[in-house]
Design a protein around this ligand. Structure first.
Ligand SMILES: *Cc1c(COP(=O)(O)O)cnc(C)c1O
Length: 393
């Protein structure tokens, strides 16, 4: 009898629906931009990580189209077997230059960049000190490495010091942290993590997915934000958020980048970024290197939105970035809030357990340089109306 082998999945899906945790994904019928079309309606978009509006930027689109004429679409195979296109090398050189790093290597995504990087740095018998709120791809990369994982309290450098003092029996050691924490918008104390790493002779890695194109001078990232050039061994980043495209990167010491080319499994066993992806990313770097206008507008918009929400009486947590958590408490309230926003033309998602702790459900608002003043005013008005109707403010 082999007919009931997937019954348990049916049951699990049913349980998710019962608990209000079943994830229904909206279908977007337009480019990712300040407004998106859903079910034929135009809505203000406050969900996307499209911080700089590059996902549908005319120069970025044009670069992708032109590159297809010169190089086709696909890389054909993994780079170590079929050879690597000059386009990929150019992007890596440009990113290293932009970030003032010794070297850079790209991956298919930020997720695979973490899966590649952690296992080439530590293995069995080694130890990883990991912030308790680190991203899933760091956790998975750490597990793949088979090193011991020691979690330290979120952004708590004293706890990190204590954990290090208690784990002297291990071989190689690695400290790893998100740069910007995606659910709260707070920034890791990378300068202090750097001091601890140097004082103890431990490798330091930061995952700057939400800081790339956002933090630092003209969006050069968290290392630039703290002025730590040359002191952070490995900086993982993504080209899928502020860069508006898709891809991952590792910037840092030349020797680590070389080691990743020799041993990083997603580099050796999975094909490279596609041609239009790479060309679009080069165009994005060009835009960022040429002007800080988009990054400045992002922060300006985020200030308007945060100040507006505070003036309305909302609790926006302790964000330090354009990510704005609108703290609501229980998950059903957050879901109802999101539904009403949607009905009034604002697309902003509710986030609940297990993505955030129980009782800390929220609407997570993502600001973007793509929004204009009218978009922000309209969004604040709708948030105010829904907040009053639901007794939140
Ligand atoms: C989004 C994110 C990633 C994954 O990036 P992709 O390029 O979308 O795969 C990795 N790490 C962190 C911290 C992220 O926020």
């Amino acid at each position: 009898m082999n007919t009931n082998t997937t019954d348990w999945i049916e049951e699990e899906l049913h349980n998710l629906k019962e608990a209000g945790l079943f994830n229904t994904i909206r279908t977007i019928e337009s480019p990712m931009d300040a407004r998106v079309t859903i079910d034929g309606r135009s809505l203000l978009n406050f969900c996307a990580n499209n911080y700089l509006g590059l996902a549908n930027h005319p120069q970025v689109r044009a670069a992708a189209q032109a590159a297809i004429n010169d190089f086709g679409v696909g890389p054909g195979a993994v780079r170590s077997i079929a050879g690597t296109m000059s386009l990929h090398i150019e992007l890596e050189r440009r990113l290293a230059d932009f970030k003032h790093a010794e070297a850079c290597i790209t991956f298919q995504s930020g997720f695979t960049a973490n899966l590649a990087t952690i296992p080439v740095l530590v293995g069995k018998g080694d130890v990883i000190f990991s912030d308790e709120l680190n991203h899933a791809s760091i956790i998975d990369g750490a597990r793949l490495s088979r090193a011991n994982i020691v979690r330290y309290a979120h952004n708590d450098v004293d706890d990190l010091r204590r954990q290090i003092a208690q784990t002297s029996q291990y071989g190689r050691r690695l400290i790893v942290s998100d740069g910007v924490f995606s659910m709260d918008g707070d920034i890791a104390p990378l300068d202090k993590l750097c001091d601890v790493a140097e004082a103890n002779g431990i490798l330091l890695m930061v995952d700057d997915a939400h800081g790339e194109g956002v933090l630092g001078r003209g969006g050069r990232g968290i290392v630039d934000h703290f002025g730590l050039h040359g002191r952070v061994d490995v900086e993982v980043g993504t080209l899928s958020k502020a860069f508006g495209v898709m891809g991952g990167l590792v910037a840092g010491k030349q020797i680590i980048v070389e080691w990743l080319r020799q041993r990083g499994r997603p580099f050796l066993f999975s094909s490279a970024m596609t041609v239009p992806d790479v060309a679009a990313c080069i165009a994005a770097v060009n835009l960022l290197q040429h002007s800080t206008e988009l990054v400045d507008r992002l922060w300006h918009n985020a200030d308007i939105f945060k100040n507006g929400m505070k003036a309305l009486g909302f609790n926006t947590g302790h964000t330090q970035t354009p990510i704005v958590p609108v703290m609501l408490g229980e998950a059903p309230l957050a879901q109802e809030f999101s539904r009403r926003l949607f009905a009034e033309g604002v697309f902003a998602m509710a986030i609940g357990y297990p993505t955030v702790p129980p009782g800390k459900a929220r609407i997570r608002v993502m600001n973007s340089a793509a929004h204009n003043q009218t978009d922000l005013e309209e969004a604040l008005e709708v948030f105010g109306r829904v907040g009053k109707a639901l007794g939140v403010i």
